[in-house]
Design a protein around this ligand. Sequence first.
Ligand code: AMP
Length: 295
Amino acid sequence: MIVARSRAELNTALDGAPRPIGVVPTMGALHEGHLALIRRARAENATALVTIFVNPTQFLPHEDFSRYPRPIERDLALCEQSAVDIVFTPPVEEMYPPGFATTVVVQGPSRRWEGEHRPGHFNGVATVVARLLNLTRADRAYFGEKDYQQLQVVRRLVADLALPVDIVSCETVRDPDGLALSSRNVYLSEEQREQALALSRALRTAAGLAEAGERDIPTLEAAMREVVERAGLEIDYLVVVDPETLEPLQRLEGAARALGAVRLGTVRLIDNLPIPPPRPTVPSPTLESPTRVSS
Ligand code: AMP
């Protein structure tokens, strides 16, 4: 495994690398969620490349950039065990060299939810993802559904800028009790971890109600809020939205997505779940009505 810390080292590693190149962008502190993406990239590509970069521009000033976990030796060992070919782990100056003056702004799917609660966050994400995809010469890039809105923003970015890369998404990996794996879960005390389970429970409640035939979105959202508030979590948003545009919905007509962000003290968690489309109502067998003959 080659560990590249500069663009020059990365280019040297890539010059001999067979295609297709599958890239997994991460901020490190790798867990089973990341490893699922890495395994898939490994299986589907001739070269598997992981980037580890805690991107300062996607953190707001009051957020956890400086305390974000950075267990780099452990991360490199996990990549090695997963048969990764190249790890690109640049310092900030390699990603944002002097004179860097570009921000990529994706509108549409970045407008609401995380975009409202973390203004500027998706500009940082879109800018660093565009640069990483170019630097790594990615043929395919792997993203988790865990960050569902980010996934839609990246899809929009790649489509709008015609970047020559396929975006592959992978399902959220969870602990057996339902908590979505996240590098930020290490911030949770045991008690907070228990409370945090209410988020995934609320999303499952909405999916269950939809499955049982409920089509009224405000009813689904109220049911989710009740679960989360009972556990004492503060809600940033808890909504059922269009799965591509992420715009709010009033009535379930097709597939949708439940999205939520909650706070426990200083820790903020996000999660989401697919909401199944309503099952077509089977017409009950009726007696054929007599044919009217008009005279
Ligand atoms: P991060 O290191 O948090 O920036 O995440 C890097 C990539 O891993 C992103 O595409 C995330 O969506 C994905 N990821 C993070 N947690 C999970 C999870 N629990 N299941 C699947 N993918 C995940």
